[in-house]
Every structure is written in C-alpha cells, then in structure tokens.
Design a protein around this ligand. Structure first.
Ligand code: NAD
Ligand code: UDP
Ligand code: UDP
Length: 343
C-alpha cells in the first residue's frame, strides 16, 4: 500500500498556488504546523487518505508522536521537530498553520512564548508561503471576539478583548496573526485563508489539557467530580473534530479568504455539558464547583451563515453523537488498551 509511485507535484511554480475547486489532478505537498496535536493529526489523516504528501512541523509542546506514528513508514509522510518561531525552508504547495497551544492552561503557562508563536511563528510561515507561492491557511479562534457583546458572533463583529489580561497572549496573538495574514495577502499577494475555530473536541485531545470537555470526560471516567468553574452558566458551542477538519479543507480548496467561523451552533452551559457527560458515561458522576478563571467569556456561539453560503459547509455531528466517540478513545487511554473501566 505504501509503495505506490509518488505523484507529488510542486505546483506553486507554475500554478501560483492556485488549486481550482474540483480540478485537483496531482497530489500536493502540504505542511501542517502543529500536525502532531489534536486537530492537526486528524487533518493529517484526511490529507494522507486523499493522496497528498504531508510534512508535519511540530515542537511537541502539546503534541504527541503517538498522534501521527501510524504514518512513520509511509513515504508520503515526514515529521520535523521544529519550533515555528525559528525560520524554516521548505518547498510546498499549501501550508495549514495550526502550531499554537490551544488550551488556556497551556497557553497561559508561558504567555510570552504563546505570543511569539502566534506572531513570529505566523510571520515565518507567511514568509515561507510568499517565497514558494504556497497557499496559507491560519487557524484563528473564536477568542478573537473576546467576551462578546454580540450574540451569536458574526465574522463582521470586531470583538471585546482585554489587551492586558491573562488570556491576551492568545486572543491578541491570534488577532495579530490575522492582521499579518491579511497584510501578506494585500501587500505581497500571498493566497491566504482564515478560519475562526470555535471550541472543538474529540479523540486524541490531551487527557489533562485543562479544556472543559477533556476535563469532564477524564474526571467522569476516573470517578472524580467534574470541576465546574464559576456558576456553570457560561456557554460554549462544541464542535466535533471531523466537522472542523472538513471545514478547514473546504476553506483551503475554496476561493474565499474569510475569515470564516467554523463551529457548531449547538450552545450549552457548562452545567448542561456536565449533564450530557453524565448521560454518556456515568449518571452518578458528581459535580464540584470551583472559582472561575479571569476574563472567562460569558457566552460563545458561532453564526455560520457565511460558511454555509460560501463553503457549503455545516457541522453534522451533535454533542450527543460526538461525545461517545471521544469517550471510547479516552477510556482506552485512561485505563489502558485491554483493561475494563475501573480495573
Ligand atoms: P493542540 O495543543 O493539540 O495542538 C497544537 C500543536 O501545535 C501541538 O502539536 C503543539 O506541540 C504545536 N505547537 C505549539 N507551539 C508550537 C511551536 N512554537 N512550534 C511548533 N509547534 C508548536 O491544539 P489544537 O486543539 O489541535 O489546536 C490547533 C490549532 O487550532 C491552534 O492554532 C488553536 O489555536 C486552533 N484552535 C483550536 C480550537 C479547539 O477548540 N481545539 C479552538 C480555536 C482555535
Ligand atoms: N521565512 C522563513 N522561511 C522562508 C522564507 C521566510 O522562515 O522560506 C521567514 C524569514 O526568516 C522572515 C519571515 O519569514 O523572518 C518573513 O519573511 P519575509 O521574506 O516576508 O520578510 P523579510 O525576511 O524580508 O523580513
Ligand atoms: N471550564 C469548567 N471546568 C473545567 C474547565 C473549564 O467549567 O474543568 C469552563 C471554563 O471556565 C470556560 C469553559 O469551561 O467557561 C470553556 O473552557 P475551555 O478551557 O475548554 O475553553 P475556552 O473556551 O475558555 O477557551
């Protein structure tokens, strides 16, 4: 299976990086920064399955080799340990730029590094895109809307972001990354795409990464209380990872720059989320209230009209459908491959 002749074409020299929708005849050479992470590794699965050659660039801050090791013998796959804050020379057709810690616990751990990753890292990848004529996709975030005063959030909303708070390294970092992306587009003609991703969950999330879905699932499996921060009435909208990956690929292959909200409009309070986790894992799972973190957005829900109209995309998997798929992956990782729960 892995010895098929390579059909990789370095297209950017003669196509200017343009890949017409539906006319993709050659396989592409694609960089996925952050490809050993949660979202990145699922994207790599789809690109490899489509026949493309994939170079994963990752410094393993939050990513894991285990997420991509099933490709180690595949000649269409390469893994480079590299920090995107340092320059990088590659010849590629497309760049999916995901490298950046996404969990608040991780991005607050070293905030200056988070800013450097968002700003210098994005600058380097845009410089690379400019040099080789590659198409560049930025994975921005719903956090650019801050603690939103408009609900649901539409792409035209400029947001309500604290520039000096503990989340600013991420929010403002991503806002600057969007600015850089648009400036390379306008100033240097780089073909760019911007996705604003809303809370996403699924298999391969770090078990203890501090995000709410992974926390609740791991806690319920371990028979620990689920930690609800604040009064639990704040809302988020949870998207299953395969829906996101489909959206990212449609955005990359389509003709529109964006920004596009990519998220599931199904909105839940944290207490409602805890209830869905109880239904899925253990009806007796307990809840424990903890003080909330600083600057926590009160509500978040995407308006996805633009993505529906221009990308023909909308999420297919509801929280109640997606959660069991994540739970079986977590069960295996929490308890080990061949053990039953609680053993
Ligand atoms: P993740 O932490 O699982 O993955 C991020 C990956 O980037 C990891 O593999 C990490 O090792 C790598 N990385 C971090 N800093 C790096 C650096 N300086 N150089 C090279 N690699 C580096 O997170 P994720 O959930 O997969 O998020 C992927 C992208 O999507 C991020 O850019 C994130 O901001 C964005 N996003 C995710 C969500 C979500 O809910 N998952 C929501 C909004 C935006
Ligand atoms: N860069 C890179 N790989 C490349 C081309 C550029 O990492 O293939 C980096 C480069 O080191 C620079 C950044 O991208 O720090 C921006 O590059 P650009 O050419 O736009 O700006 P300049 O180098 O002129 O400041
Ligand atoms: N949260 C929670 N318990 C946890 C982790 C998070 O109640 O164990 C809350 C958090 O306060 C926030 C929401 O869940 O209101 C989403 O947090 P997460 O860190 O997953 O993502 P965010 O959207 O804040 O980046």
């Amino acid at each position: 299976k892995y010895y098929e002749p390579l059909r990789v074409g370095f297209q950017s020299a003669n196509s200017g990086g343009k890949i017409p929708l539906g006319l993709k005849s050659k396989s592409l050479r694609i960089v996925v920064t952050g490809g050993a992470g949660f979202v990145g590794s699922h994207l790599v699965d789809r690109l490899i399955a489509r026949g493309d050659s994939v170079i994963v660039v990752d410094n393993f801050f939050t990513g894991r080799k285990e997420n991509v090791m099933h490709y180690f013998k595949n000649p269409r796959f390469e893994l480079i340990r590299h920090d995107v804050v340092e320059p990088l020379l590659l010849e590629v057709d497309q760049i999916y730029h995901l490298a950046c810690p996404a969990s608040p616990v991780h991005y607050k751990h070293n905030p200056v590094k988070t800013i450097k990753t968002n700003v210098v890292g994005t600058l380097n990848m845009l410089g690379l895109a400019k040099r080789v004529g590659a198409r560049f996709l930025l994975t921005s975030t719903s956090e650019v809307y801050g603690d939103p005063l408009q609900h649901p959030q539409v792409e035209t909303y400029w947001g309500n972001v604290n520039p000096i708070g503990v989340r600013s390294c991420y929010d403002e970092g991503k806002r600057t990354a969007e600015t850089l992306t648009m400036d390379y587009h306008r100033g240097a003609g780089v073909e760019v795409r911007i996705a604003r991703i809303f809370n996403t969950y699924g298999p391969r999330m770090c078990i203890d990464d501090g995000r709410v879905v992974s926390n609740f699932v791991a806690q319920a499996l371990r028979k620990e209380p689920m930690t609800v921060y604040g009064d639990g009435k704040q809302t988020r909208s949870f998207q299953f990872v395969s829906d996101l990956v489909e959206g990212l690929m449609r955005l990359m292959e389509g003709e529109h720059v964006g920004p596009f909200n990519l998220g599931n409009p199904g909105e839940f309070t944290m207490l409602e989320l805890a209830q869905v986790v109880q239904e899925t894992i253990d009806p007796n799972a307990r809840i424990e209230f903890r003080p909330n973190t600083e600057d926590d957005p009160h509500k978040r829900k995407p308006d996805i009209t633009k993505a529906k109209d221009l990308l023909g995309w909308e999420p297919k998997i509801s929280l109640r459908q997606g959660l069991p798929m994540m739970v079986s992956d977590f069960r295996q990782r929490v308890f080990g491959d061949h053990k039953e729960e609680g053993t």
